[in-house]
Design a protein around this ligand. Structure first.
Ligand code: NAD
Length: 421
């Protein structure tokens, strides 16, 4: 890999580049700029875990608190073999901006453990989670830093986080983590929330562009929590899903994929997505370049780069993953006139319902699914409108507009709080 490409694929640099452009546009004071640019704190933990074989392995874990200016840190925990501190830093900063875009009272944080969850047994996974949580029990807390699931982590892992933290503080503390099972203080609608938020953004974007749901051709890369729920909801709403992909490969069907059957195939029968008998097999990344109306990258970072952005052929790019488009690809996408729904807006439905979960846990009073979905709809619609308005007023694309909204909000809070000592 060339140095230039390495630099392009560094997600921290990607996050920084957008922040720099927006900060300059806003004319952010130097002091505020410096304060917001760097994380408040970051920690590396080495986690000794006894494996089922009896051997001791030591895993490396991270937690970065980017900002607590607008409230406690909020952000997922990622379990993956390629987790790096730079990636966790970028994801933590994105959480600050995302929470500010949707105007919920959280700062930004993120965590990760370098491990391959597919290769760990359930009990090994539990020990990794518990030891990681124990090492961070002074950092976490409903008023300090609240984790959630991300790639490689799920409801069960969140339940172990909640239990371990509760054992340490000697009281049941459901609000320390979100994305929990319903039986343990989880929220109705959380599982679908990120996909639902994406759908609400797609609805707003097509209305703005004078398009219709019926026959609107959608391609979704990634068929995990975000991608499969988004596919299911978009399909139910009348969109036509013509392409889907996961890490094993892609599937293309111009007539429309039978999404409920594919959902069952992948999520219940646990069969490989490209083997689904209802479409033509295609390479996982190639799916991004098929012509469509809406492209939803919902897998992982750095999928659309300066090397391939010229091949993207859609009207709307609605980002489900964090950082699927590199900053070097931004000008190419913009030049093509593609309407962007940037990650910090597009996938913010997840953290919004996480916020609702935290509110419900603290109230000890739980809402019906309809109430959760209505509140989510309000938040997403208002945020979408605000981002588009900023884009028009400041003559920037939607991505930079989302950063402007976010940085503006954090800067205002920072000025009101002032600098202690
Ligand atoms: P997940 O682990 O449930 O699913 C990831 C999916 O992407 C899987 O289907 C996997 O097979 C697929 N994938 C991985 N690499 C791929 C590749 N190279 N090509 C094609 N497919 C590939 O994770 P998730 O929770 O759905 O998260 C997906 C993305 O969305 C991540 O960037 C995450 O940070 C972001 N996100 C998730 C949430 C949430 O609520 N889960 C909220 C906001 C953002």
């Amino acid at each position: 890999m060339t140095v230039a490409l390495q630099e392009e694929l560094n997600v921290y640099e990607s996050a920084e580049a957008r922040f720099e452009i927006a900060a300059e546009k806003l004319g952010l004071e130097q002091g505020l700029y410096r304060y917001m640019k760097y994380p408040e704190r970051e920690i590396t933990v080495y986690i000794p875990v006894s494996l089922d074989s009896g051997q001791i392995a030591v895993f490396t874990g991270y937690r970065v608190l980017h900002s607590s200016v607008r409230g406690p840190g909020k952000g997922g925990i990622r379990f993956a073999p390629d987790v790096t501190l730079d990636e966790v830093r970028a994801l933590a900063a994105w959480m600050t901006w995302k929470c500010a875009v949707v105007n919920i009272p959280f700062g930004g944080a993120k965590g990760g453990v370098i491990c391959n969850p597919a290769k760990l047994s359930k009990s090994e996974l539990e020990r990794v989670t518990r030891r990681y949580t124990a090492a961070l029990s002074d950092w976490f807390g409903p008023e300090r830093d609240i984790p959630a699931p991300d790639i490689g982590t799920n409801e069960q892992i969140m339940a172990w986080v909640m239990d371990t933290y509760s054992m340490h503080v000697r009281q049941a503390t459901t609000a320390v983590v979100t994305g929990k099972p319903l039986d343990l203080g989880g929220s109705q609608g959380r599982k679908e929330a990120t996909g639902r938020g994406l759908m609400i953004c797609c609805d707003k974007a097509i209305a703005k562009l004078g398009m219709k749901r019926e026959g609107c051709r959608v391609i979704i890369q990634g068929f995990g929590n975000v991608g499969s729920e988004a596919s299911r909801l978009l399909h139910e709403a009348g969109y036509k899903i013509i392409g889907a992909a996961d890490v094993h490969g892609g599937l293309n069907n111009e007539k429309g994929i039978d999404v409920p059957k594919l959902y069952d195939w992948v999520n219940t029968q646990r069969k490989p997505l490209p083997e689904f008998p209802g479409g033509e097999k295609i390479a996982a990344q190639e799916i991004l370049f098929r012509p469509c109306d809406i492209l939803v990258p919902a897998a992982t970072e750095n999928q659309i780069t300066s090397q391939n952005a010229h091949r993207v052929d859609c009207r709307i790019l609605c980002e489900g993953a964090n950082g699927p488009t590199t900053s070097y690809a931004d000008p190419i996408i913009e030049k093509k006139g593609i309407f962007i729904i940037p990650d910090i807006l597009g996938n913010a439905g997840g953290v919004t319902v996480s916020y609702f979960e935290w509110v419900q846990d603290r109230q000890g009073f739980f809402w019906r699914e309809r109430e959760v979905n209505e509140r989510l709809q309000d938040v997403m619609e208002q945020s979408f409108d605000q981002v588009v308005r900023y884009a028009e007023v400041h003559s920037v694309n939607n991505r930079i507009a989302a950063y402007l909204v976010a940085i503006d909000r954090v800067a205002r809070a920072l000025k009101l709080r002032g600098f202690y000592a």
